[in-house]
Design a protein around this ligand. Structure first.
Ligand SMILES: [Zn+2]
Length: 373
């Protein structure tokens, strides 16, 4: 199986011509649509390699055909890799050159429409790590995000999943207010470890409520016709900053935990079972009458967490599958469970009780027992 991982890197704005990149993106958009138009003032080398991509467009990791006209399409680029031992891989004429000897990435004529225009950026640590793991940076893409130039790198690696040691790592993905719960089941079919992982909810709630309060104040000023004073500008900036902080915190948390869980699986040579309960969590949040804004925050980055986790499991050859595991049905007798305060689930029939997010782990135990005996 081929596993892939990607990263995006901000390019120096002062060295990259945004309008030129925009034109290349427009050209890439046409290529995706099957048109071949040669712009006379753009470098032939870049256009040639863009049209070369047509032949294996479907197989590209760069995504599917853009749905809307004039949607922004990142420009796919070939790469040349020069390793420390002097060996080379890739296309000699590629516009993106990875020089592992001097630890730089050189971008030829993609940051500016000038003959021989080269921008060199330092080699990211991420690339060096992926290459050490046997990865190869076959493709790159250049594009704009919020009008800022970025380089996207895609590493590929041929992997085979390892044979599980009998350990199971069960990961239950919920909205952040309940968090991601994980449980480790050892080869003797016992729960060896169980823990919910939650971001700093107190901090998130504080930032959210502060932003809400300031938004109300801003709304009041706007209604009074004071929408563009120094005071309102300051309020807007502060609200933006608070919201950014919330999302940055969640993004960071999702990234760290996905990595930690992948490493945990590798260390135990465990098989990973993922129960993606994001939809169920969404309904639960509505039932609990959580305000829309906070609901959005609690669900933000949960999909990305799953994607990050799966990407890393694939990359490291960890056997994994998605499995829906009930959290409201008794794993002992099959009766409906009742929820008590504090999200404790209780069975009225047999007396089983457990925290709601731990019930799925008991289900894995039950399923494994049935399979073993
Ligand atoms: Zn029961």
């Amino acid at each position: 199986m081929i596993a892939r991982r990607a990263i995006i890197i901000k390019l120096p704005k002062d060295k990259c011509d945004v309008n030129y990149i925009l034109r290349l993106m427009a050209l890439a958009n046409l290529v995706y649509r099957g048109y071949e138009i040669w712009a006379p003032d753009l470098p032939k080398t870049i256009q040639h390699q863009l049209y070369n991509f047509k032949n294996y467009m479907e197989s590209l990791v760069f995504g599917t055909t853009p749905k809307k006209w004039l949607v922004s399409v990142w420009v796919p680029l070939k790469t040349l890799r020069i390793y420390t031992d002097g060996s080379r891989k890739g296309d000699i004429g590629a516009p993106v050159v990875f020089d592992f000897k001097s630890n730089v990435i050189k971008l030829h004529q993609i940051c500016g429409n000038k003959r021989g225009y080269v921008v060199a950026i330092p080699m990211p640590k991420w690339v060096i790590e992926r290459v050490k793991e046997g990865g190869d940076v076959k493709y790159a893409m250049i594009g704009l995000k919020n009008n800022e130039p970025y380089l996207a790198l895609v590493t590929e690696r041929e992997v085979e999943s390892y044979q599980s040691s009998g350990y199971k790592l069960v990961i239950d993905v919920n909205a952040w207010n309940n968090g991601v719960a994980y449980g480790i089941i050892n080869p003797n079919n016992r729960i060896a470890e169980y823990s919910p992982l939650r971001p700093n909810l107190r901090l998130i709630d504080t930032w959210y409520h502060k932003a809400e309060k300031l938004s109300k104040k801003l709304g009041k000023l706007k209604r009074l016709g004071l929408g563009s004073t120094l005071e309102t500008e300051r309020l807007k900036r502060e609200i933006n900053m608070l919201r950014k902080k919330v999302y940055a915190h969640l993004r960071d948390f999702a990234q760290k935990k996905a990595h930690e869980l992948a490493l945990k699986a590798i260390r135990l040579r465990a098989e990973v079972l993922i129960d993606d309960m994001i939809e169920e969590s969404r309904k639960e949040l509505i039932e609990e009458k959580i305000p829309t804004g906070l609901r959005k925050i609690y669900l933000a980055e949960t999909r990305r967490f799953v994607k990050l986790l799966v990407t890393q499991l694939q990359w490291y050859g960890v056997p994994h599958r998605f499995k829906r595991l009930p959290s409201t049905i008794c794993p002992i007798c099959g009766s409906e469970l009742t929820q008590l305060p504090g999200r404790i689930m209780v069975c009225g029939n047999c007396g089983f009780n457990a925290p709601r997010d731990k019930v799925p782990i008991y289900w894995v135990l039950k399923i494994s027992t049935v399979l073993h005996y």
